[in-house]
Design a protein around this ligand. Structure first.
Ligand code: F3S
Length: 390
C-alpha cells in the first residue's frame, strides 16, 4: 500500500500520537481490504455515539482521544445518540445514562465534530457532492449518499470513520473505485408506489442479494423513498450502494444486459412483511427510521389533525433538531399524541428498559428492534400504526 512521505511521517509518529493512531487504523484497514493508497475525503459522518451501544469502554476510548489532542480535519457529523438531549426524561431514561450520554456528545464536540446527532445529515447539514470521496458510517446514510448523490464511501465503522475524519483521508478501495460501483443484479420492481412499499422492497432485496449492488427498474424514489430503501437494504442485507434507472446519477453508465434479473412484486413484499411482523400487541409506536423529513412530518400531521389520542400505547416521532424547529406548526399537532424527539431513535435508545413490543413503519427498525432492543416488532405503514392510538 503506497503512502506519501507526509503520510509515512504521520505513521512514524512524528506528528503526534493522536494522528499516528488514526493513521495506524486507516492503514490497517487498507491492508486488509487491498487498498492501493489513501484518498482525500471532503467529509465524515460518525456512528458509535449512543452510550447504549458503546458503553463505558467507548466512553474511555473517546476520553483518551480527546486527552491526546485528537481533532477532525474535515466537516464531520454525528449519528443519533441514546436520548433526546433535552427531553430524555420523557423517554424513561435514567439520570446515570443521561450523564454518560451527555459526556460522550461533549467529547465528540471537543474533537470538532458537529453534534447534530441525526442519521440524515445529507438533508441540509452535511451534503456531499457528486464524485466526492467521504468516510461515512451509518449504513443507511452511506448507502444514500453513494447511490442518490454519487459520493463515494465504503461501509465505514465508527472508529474507522473517526480516524479518517482526523486525517482527512481514508483507504482507497471498494466503493471509492469506479470499477467496484457497477451493478451486480437487476431488480424489476412491480410495486404500488407507497413509502412503506419502498421499505419492504429494500427489505426483500437485501434478504436476497446480501452485499450486491442492485440496479432497480420500475420505481422513481425521491428523498423519502430513497432513504427508507437504503436503510432497509443495509439492514436485511449489507447493501452499501444501489442504482435506479432514470433516477440515480450513475445508473446510465452501465450495460446491464448480461446481469441476472430478479422480479420483486406483491408476493415478495408479503414475504418481507411476514418476516418482520411477529406481534399484534404493542406498547410503543416509533416513527422516524431514518429520521423523519419535513414532508413526512407534514404527512403525519395531516393524518392526526383534529383527532384525539386514545389508549396507553405511546408514540415517539424521531427527527433531527433542525427539522423539529423548522416544522413547529406540524410538530404541535404531533405533540398532542407523543413527543417529537431529536438526537435519538428507537434502536439506539435503551427502550428495552421500558418496552418489550414496538411498532414501526421502517423495515430497518423492524430488523434491529428484536436483535438490538429485545423487542417483538410490528412493521406496518404509518396510517395502519396510527389506528392503534386513535
Ligand atoms: Fe437512523 Fe436509528 Fe434508523 S440511526 S436509520 S433511526 S436505526
Amino acid at each position: 500500500m503506497y503512502l506519501t512521505d507526509e503520510e509515512q511521517v504521520i505513521l512514524d509518529g512524528e506528528k503526534g500520537e493522536g494522528v499516528q493512531k488514526a493513521m495506524e487504523l486507516v492503514v490497517a484497514l487498507g491492508k486488509i481490504y487491498g487498498a492501493d493508497g489513501l484518498v482525500d475525503i471532503t467529509s465524515a459522518h460518525l456512528s458509535g455515539a449512543s452510550y447504549k451501544t458503546i458503553g463505558d469502554g467507548g466512553l474511555k476510548y473517546l476520553e483518551d482521544m480527546v486527552n491526546g489532542g485528537s481533532k477532525v480535519s474535515v466537516p464531520s457529523t454525528l449519528n443519533p445518540i441514546g436520548m433526546d438531549r433535552e427531553r430524555w426524561a420523557e423517554m424513561h431514561i435514567s439520570e446515570d445514562f443521561a450523564v454518560k450520554q451527555n459526556r460522550i456528545v461533549d467529547l465528540y464536540g471537543k474533537m470538532g465534530i458537529k453534534t447534530t446527532c441525526s442519521c440524515t445529515p445529507y438533508v441540509g447539514v452535511n451534503v456531499p457532492k457528486f464524485g466526492d470521496h467521504v468516510a461515512w458510517a451509518e449504513s443507511s446514510a452511506l448507502s444514500f449518499v453513494n447511490s442518490m448523490i454519487g459520493a463515494r464511501t465504503n461501509r465505514e465503522g465508527g472508529p474507522g470513520a473517526l480516524a479518517a475524519a482526523i486525517l482527512g483521508k481514508t483507504a482507497n478501495y471498494g466503493l471509492h473505485k469506479e470499477e467496484n460501483r457497477a451493478p451486480t443484479v437487476v431488480i424489476e420492481a412491480e410495486i404500488e408506489d407507497t413509502l412503506f412499499n419502498h421499505s419492504l422492497l429494500g427489505q426483500a432485496v437485501g434478504m436476497r442479494i446480501g452485499n450486491g449492488i442492485p440496479y432497480y427498474r420500475g420505481i422513481k424514489p425521491g428523498l423519502e423513498e430513497g432513504k427508507t430503501m437504503a436503510a432497509a437494504m443495509a439492514a436485511s442485507g449489507s447493501v452499501a450502494m444501489f442504482h435506479v434507472e432514470g433516477v440515480t446519477p450513475e445508473a446510465s453508465k452501465y450495460d446491464i444486459s448480461e446481469l441476472e434479473v430478479i422480479h420483486i412484486g406483491e408476493k415478495e413484499l408479503k414475504d418481507a412483511y411476514d418476516h418482520l411482523n411477529v406481534t399484534d400487541d404493542i406498547q410503543l409506536i416509533a416513527l422516524g427510521c431514518p429520521h423523519l423529513t419535513e414532508k413526512e412530518i407534514h404527512e403525519i400531521a395531516s393524518l392526526l389533525k383534529g383527532k384525539k389520542k386514545k389508549g396507553n400505547v405511546e408514540i415517539w416521532f424521531c427527527t433531527s433538531k433542525a427539522i423539529r424547529e423548522k416544522c413547529s406548526d406540524d410538530v404541535r399537532i404531533l405533540e398532542e399524541f407523543g413527543p417529537v424527539l431529536a438526537d435519538t431513535c428507537m434502536v439506539v435508545a435503551p427502550i428495552e428498559g421500558t418496552f418489550s413490543r414496538t411498532g414501526t413503519n421502517s423495515c430497518k427498525a423492524g430488523n434491529y428492534l428484536p436483535t438490538l432492543c429485545s423487542q417483538k416488532a410490528m412493521c406496518k405503514d404509518i396510517a395502519e400504526l396510527l389506528k392503534v392510538i386513535q
